[in-house]
Design a protein around this ligand. Structure first.
Ligand code: BGC
Length: 762
């Protein structure tokens, strides 16, 4: 017995030693990732060795779930959705498609997801080779295509927090709830630069600044993928829309952008580069054209830059129907088959077709005809299989619902609330009208006051977000949150107007006369992509009229903006005593807005974009000096309604002692910039310390200022902290005329708040 015990202890000891040795080998071995990749590539190659051309082009095909659902005699999908076994067999067995995406117009329950994905996987097993289908979905502000999940603020609200930890956590929770639904791939984040406020997807971006976008994008990718995307709690990220999608000249979705290579490298590529370096596994391609070339056919962008320079190893998927569009929309291909040739040869690995399988047939023929090489096919399939292995699809990717106890939990809702609460940005607060006292009699009015659809925006339950109220009726609108915050007896409500017309303005005005303060909730209804194109950035006429009529009552008015892009409010802005920007704050947004209005939350959000004052003056913060020159004595030059980075607090922050570690910096040196920030008010608060630079003279006209660092800090009333940033010459570089990153010697100014200092690089 004793002997056995000793032996047992010895084995136990030995196994502990072995485990420790293994862990330490993993930690110490710098080549571990490469070694693991080498092992994955071995497995990829052994799968590929068994595949024929038909199976390979199948892997490169992605179809929408609509194509495998049962339809009625009029080809309408039957609800509730049911898989059509014959269609499914054709898609995954006969064609062996590599990937399926999204929903047929409406979110599913977690149980429906599990049963659909299981059926797809079982059917896939009937194929000659078992290669699991990679399911992908637009889970962009939470798992928004599964019912009952945690919905976060949309991306520009996330950016307004200036808090990367909150954004990483939003990514982690989204991944958790997406995987809980059985899905391992999200088409997020959007890393497009939101530099044109008219563009209907501005709210899907992290705003106009490349430094902020890069930091936020990295955080979201890290949240999605964790350190191991194969874990049952993580998903593959998809960086989209590579690249230049967000800067159409017209502001309309999927219209031409003209972006010189110099600008592409300085303003559009860095967020992609950083996210690729963080290990992002997939990329989705820009639907539109850039410099006259549809990006889906641009070999330079898709191969030379993405692969050779940025060293991206994962898969590049087309956007929706965009290979076919090379023929019908862009007119650079003679027919659909020619379109496939152009796109695959340019570097696309997978086509989001999305409805028919002709892509696979054409690609098969093109290889047989020698118009697409077998090498190119092998390269694409290798990348696709690599991603499938990285996600653990060949091992175990089916986990029971019971593995996800935190799905839609209070913990997750609290994280969404925290993000919304830190996003909300106080833009105006005349005579400290806010926060309101909880005994104030308020009239709540306006089209976004009692509307979950507006709070969540697009990609919520449906693509356009138009059925949100039907499914999320149990969540609190702004009106409901205010009612529970201060008691229904203190609140009256009238909608006043919808986004287009008068509903009951006269009732609203009558109620305003009885109230002490009017809270008017205005903005936009949900939309995304093409349906969100507009011809006028002004806030709709009905809403402007509502505010003007309310102003006639003489009552103080608080404006709450719930909108995906900064709709022009210059006619009514002077009529507001206070303005709160809510962005598209998600399910917890109503509560967070009420908490800001009544002082439970001290606002700390800062605008991640410039709020323009006039529709033909859409100049953003990092413009050139020539754009600041006034036209005449009464013009201000650069004159937005609110500046990038702006946001008030219920307390005051004082900045002093901006100190540099040196005033002359060699190229290899690091400069330490520090500043003291004190909370001089009587409330605790959070502040975003923002560091900007200005290159006084450069061979490419410098911007008036550029964001170089930020830090969100928390200060108790009366507290003081020193915040420091490290800056190297590389951090101040720009892309020069030769398209290379350059820092030129000379004088630079640094700004934090209203403090300014300068130094030399030699
Ligand atoms: C959008 C993408 C989205 C894809 C799949 C496209 O229309 O541009 O952002 O990921 O559809 O839904």
């Amino acid at each position: 017995m004793k002997h056995n015990y000793v032996l047992h202890s010895f084995y136990k000891y030995l196994s502990v030693i072995l485990i420790l040795a293994l862990v330490s080998a993993c930690q110490n071995n710098a080549g571990t990732n490469d070694e693991m990749d080498a092992q994955i590539y071995e497995r990829v190659d052994s799968v590929m060795a068994t595949m024929n051309l038909k199976e390979k082009v199948g892997q490169m095909t992605q179809i929408a779930i609509d194509s495998i659902l049962r339809t009625d005699n009029n080809h309408k999908i039957i609800e509730p959705f049911q898989l059509d076994t014959a269609k499914l067999r054709r898609v995954v067995v006969e064609y062996g498609v590599g990937s399926i995406l999204n929903v047929a117009g409406l979110a599913l329950t977690i149980d429906q997801w599990h049963s659909f994905l299981e059926a797809i996987d079982q059917m896939t097993k009937e194929g000659k080779n078992y290669i699991p289908v990679l399911y992908g979905i637009d889970a962009i502000h939470g798992a928004n295509y599964t019912h009952g999940t945690t919905l976060f603020p949309q991306q520009n609200g996330m950016a307004a927090t200036w808090n990367t930890s909150l954004v990483k956590e939003a990514g982690r929770i989204t991944a958790y709830e997406t995987r809980a639904s059985g899905i391992p791939w999200t088409f997020s984040p959007v890393l497009d630069m939101g530099r044109n406020p008219v563009w209907p997807r501005l709210w899907e971006t992290f705003g106009e600044d490349v430094f902020l976008t890069t930091a936020m994008g990295k955080a979201l990718v890290e949240g999605y993928q964790g350190t191991d995307a194969a874990s049952k709690f993580h998903v593959a990220a998809c960086l989209k829309h590579y690249v230049g999608y967000s800067a159409p000249l017209s502001g309309k979705d999927r219209t031409p952008a003209w972006i010189p290579e110099r600008m592409l490298r300085e303003y559009f590529l860095p967020p992609f580069q950083a996210a690729i370096e963080s290990g992002a596994l997939t990329v989705m391609v820009n639907s539109a054209e850039m410099n006259g070339i549809p990006v889906h056919a641009d070999h330079f962008v898709l191969t030379t830059i993405l692969r050779d320079e940025l060293k991206f190893k994962g898969l590049a998927v087309s956007d929706w129907a965009d290979i076919g569009n090379l023929d019908t929309v862009h007119r650079i291909a003679v027919d659909k088959k020619d379109a496939v040739r152009l796109a695959i040869n340019a570097g696309i690995d997978m086509s989001m077709v999305p409805f028919n399988l002709e892509f696979a047939d054409y690609l098969f023929e093109l290889v047989k005809e020698g118009k697409v090489s077998q090498t190119r096919i092998d390269e694409a399939v290798r990348r696709i299989l690599w991603v499938k292995f990285k996600l653990g699809l060949f091992d175990n990717f089916k986990f029971p619902k019971s593995d996800y106890p935190d799905f839609a939990s209070q913990k997750h809702r609290d994280a969404s609330y925290a993000t919304a609460a830190e996003a909300i940005t106080l833009l105006k607060n005349t005579n400290n009208i806010l926060p309101l006292n909880k005994t104030t009699k308020v009239l709540v009015v306006g089209p976004t006051a009692n509307n979950m659809r507006a709070l969540n925006g697009g990609w919520t339950i449906t693509w356009q977000g138009h059925r949100t109220d039907e499914f999320l009726g149990s969540e609190s609108t702004i009106l409901e949150a205010i009612q529970s915050e201060i008691g229904s007896a203190n609140v009256t409500y009238a909608q006043g107007v919808d986004f287009e017309k008068d509903i009951d303005i006269s009732k609203a005005v009558a109620l305003a006369r009885q109230a002490t303060v009017v809270i008017v909730c205005i903005g936009e209804n949900s939309y995304t992509e093409k349906p969100g194109d507009i011809k006028d950035l002004n806030l709709s006429a009905s809403q402007i009229d509502l505010v003007k009529q309310l102003k006639g009552t003489g009552k103080p008015i608080i404006g709450v903006l719930v909108e995906g892009r900064p709709r022009i409010i210059n006619q009514i802005e002077p009529m507001f005593d206070g303005i709160v920007m809510g962005y598209l704050p998600g399910n917890m947004g109503g509560v967070a807005i009420a908490d800001v209005l009544f002082g439970d939350v001290n606002p700390s959000g800062k605008l991640p974009f410039t709020y323009p004052r006039n529709p033909n003056d859409l100049v953003i913060y990092d413009h050139k000096f020539s754009e600041s020159i006034p036209a005449n004595w009464y013009d201000k030059g650069f004159d937005p309604q609110y500046e990038f980075g702006f946001g008030l607090s219920y307390t005051q922050f004082k900045y002093e002692n901006l100190v540099l570690s040196t005033d002359s910096l060699a190229f290899a040196d690091t400069l330490v910039v520090s500043v003291d920030v004190s909370n001089t008010g009587s409330r605790d608060g959070k502040e975003v310390v923002q560091l900007y630079s200005n290159d006084l003279v450069a061979s490419i006209t410098p911007s008036v200022r550029r964001l170089r660092g930020f830090d969100k800090i928390e200060l108790k009333a009366g507290e003081k902290k020193t915040v420091s940033f490290k800056i190297t010459a590389r951090d101040l570089a720009f892309v020069a005329a030769n398209n290379k990153w350059t820092t030129e010697a000379g004088q630079f100014e640094l700004y934090i708040d209203k403090l300014k200092t300068s130094f030399f690089i030699y």
